[in-house]
Design a protein around this ligand. Structure first.
Ligand code: ZN
Length: 74
């Protein structure tokens, strides 16, 4: 059984994979705890990046002052 790479799983997650690729990948993920774990890891990485990004956003809002503060919701 061929396993998916982190890059392939990332494109699956982001929806940049072809439709056929997505179908094959989802079938594989159902039977493969190994690749599912990588997918979970990618999600956790994303949360971390989002946390860092929102921290930067807060910092930028603070330094920009209320006049330039943007009300962005994720
Ligand atoms: Zn696998």
């Amino acid at each position: 059984m061929k396993h998916y790479t982190k890059e392939e799983l990332d494109s699956y997650r982001r929806g940049t994979m072809s439709i056929l690729g997505k179908i094959n990948c989802s079938i594989h993920l159902r039977d493969c705890p190994q690749c599912s774990e990588i997918l979970t890891e990618l999600d956790e990485d994303d949360k971390l990046i989002q946390d860092i990004r929102s921290s930067i956003q807060i910092f930028q809002d603070l330094s920009a002052g209320p006049a330039n503060a943007k009300t962005e919701t994720y």
